[in-house]
Design a protein around this ligand. Sequence first.
Ligand code: SAM
Length: 287
Amino acid sequence: MSDSLPPLREVVARHGLAAKKSLGQNFLFDLNLTGKIARAAGPLDEATVLEIGPGPGGLTRALLANGAKKVIAVERDERCLAALEEIAQAYPGRLDIVPGDALALDYPAFLAERGIAGKVRICANLPYNIGTQLLAGWLSAEPWPPFYERMVLMFQREVAERIVATPRERADYGRLGVLAGWRSTARILFDVPPSAFTPPPKIVSSVVELRPREEPIPCDARALEMVTLSAFGQRRKMLRQSLKSLPGIGDPAPLLEEAGIEPTRRAEEIEVAGFCALARAYAARRG
Ligand code: SAM
């Protein structure tokens, strides 16, 4: 699906939007690809979509052309705002352009201020330098279930592999995989080659879908964060050693016993359920 707006290369040239590395700017101009990403977040007819980093608006246009009821687009680079305004005029009342830093937002409050009562989809070609930080924030959202019903996000392939990793992919499995596996079901949808971007990055990218779990295994998000930080901080060491760095614990043996985990196991061998059991035991001890 296309629109009557001018080609993106022309928009970028007319508004002087030379890509800035400091803002993680790698733009997508290929309408087939932006359409494919938008459809991965679909069907969009009744959907409000939160897009982070619309840039000159390639994906924004695809989301709107594919029927999104509303797109809320948060962009830090003020140079992009005039180009985005042209899209808003082509889709009256359907594009809400928000200048600002996506890392600084309290999302539930932000959406409530805009009169959004239902859940949103998050769809974005994320700035590579803050992608994991944004994702970790959304996966740590409280209250849970969160303010979104699905996320379709572009990351560097290496980050995508860490998001979907389990103990079977030991090298990639770490804190991000535990957090993503605890609160969502995540899968890689497809890869995108460097040549699809302007300027082309050095690495392959991947589009990842994350669907929040309605009822994740019970455990406290902060305790889980602390436990995985210690365990993966020394990932090659046995847990009886690495968990000594957990504040206020001393000898971790009783904690491991309570969680039903052999003290000789290593972090990269422990499934999400094991980390949740550890987090529950840790939270109980810390009161
Ligand atoms: N969506 C566009 C596309 O696919 O062509 C641009 C994607 S580009 C990888 C990332 C975008 O995020 C850039 O437009 C950049 O200015 C914006 N950005 C970077 N840091 C941001 C932040 N903290 N908050 C909001 N947007 C940010």
